[in-house]
Design a protein around this ligand. Structure first.
Ligand SMILES: [Zn+2]
Length: 303
């Protein structure tokens, strides 16, 4: 506990004591998104930062916790020796990892103002989460389900969300009622969904407190590049190499499709760059009712 309070949560979130609740949430979302392990290819540094950001938000978004934190910090400020076991996270928002230098002289916000009093037992809703989800092109084109793992606050299992056990502060959640857990959601990708489209998952965000409702989860589709296929609206483009003799004489050719293979008929005297349209083998249209085409583009191998 003493260790955590050495962190300047205000600076971590890039806010001041006067920042509104809504803006704190906004800042948190920005940072959480930036440092979420999934958008940082599992980087340990990003993961640690994500945890610290979540911790800062956890405290500053809760009136009771924030009051305690402010009080402790005011006390620590007076004491000459300040434990510095944690890395300093000072700096502007988005500037994490940058060495700010002159740690001992970093500015502290005035503590004259007490944060606004809010009933700590009031039900508060969990916060919304938004992440990017990498989806393979064939699944974006034809739909499917992929598991997505992310971290969020869930009700503490130990105290069942009460924050206390046997009259004392719950050791598992330190009275926060919530704990960070990794969860996996089976995400249904609608067939033919547009790249960068954001899917909303009601109540899959962070858990609420004191019986408050959970937040939402928003996932933005990021189509993973495919070695064979390119998507252009509802059509799928595939470049294939054929031999010079096949190009000249024509004949059957087996090609890959999004979900299997098909045999096409190469015409006589096919030239480099010529296209052949395979109807109905493209991406889904209108959420699966129809499909675009597969467009085969010919390249001719040198003899
Ligand atoms: Zn607990």
């Amino acid at each position: 506990m003493a260790q955590t309070t050495t962190r300047n949560y205000y600076k971590i979130l890039g806010i001041t004591q006067k920042t509104s609740k809504a803006d704190i949430k906004k800042k948190y979302r920005e940072l959480a998104k930036k440092y979420h392990p999934d958008t940082n290819s599992g980087s340990k540094v990003a993961e640690d930062k994500f945890k610290i950001i979540s911790e800062a938000y956890e405290v500053l978004s809760n009136a009771k916790k924030r009051k305690e934190y402010d009080r402790e910090r005011a006390y620590q400020k007076k004491s000459p020796r300040r434990p510095r076991s944690q890395p300093d996270w000072s700096g502007p928002p988005g500037g994490f990892g940058r060495e700010s230098g002159g740690n001992q002289q970093r500015q502290e916000e005035p503590f004259a103002q007490e944060p606004e009093a809010v009933d700590p037992d009031m039900p508060t809703s969990g916060f919304d989460l938004q992440f990017m989800i990498d989806v393979p092109l064939p699944i974006v084109a034809l739909g499917g389900t992929i598991p997505y793992t992310y971290e969020k606050y869930v009700q503490c299992e130990e105290c069942e969300g009460t924050g206390s056990s046997g009259g004392d502060e719950c050791p598992e959640c330190q009275g926060k009622q919530l704990v960070v857990r990794s969860v996996t959601l089976d995400v249904k990708i609608p067939p033919g969904v547009a790249d960068q489209y954001t899917l909303a998952f009601i109540k899959e965000g962070g858990a609420g407190r004191n019986g408050g409702p959970p937040g939402q989860l928003f996932l933005k589709i990021c189509t993973q590049p495919h070695p064979k296929f390119k998507r252009v609206k509802n059509d799928i483009i595939e470049e294939v190499f054929i031999s010079a003799s096949l190009a000249e004489e024509g004949g059957p050719l087996k090609v890959d499709t999004l979900n299997g293979t098909t045999t096409i008929q190469v015409e006589e005297e096919t030239l480099v760059g010529e296209e052949l349209r395979v109807p109905g083998e493209g991406a889904a249209i209108s959420w699966g009712k129809k499909r675009g085409d597969l467009i085969i583009k010919f390249n001719i191998e040198a003899e």
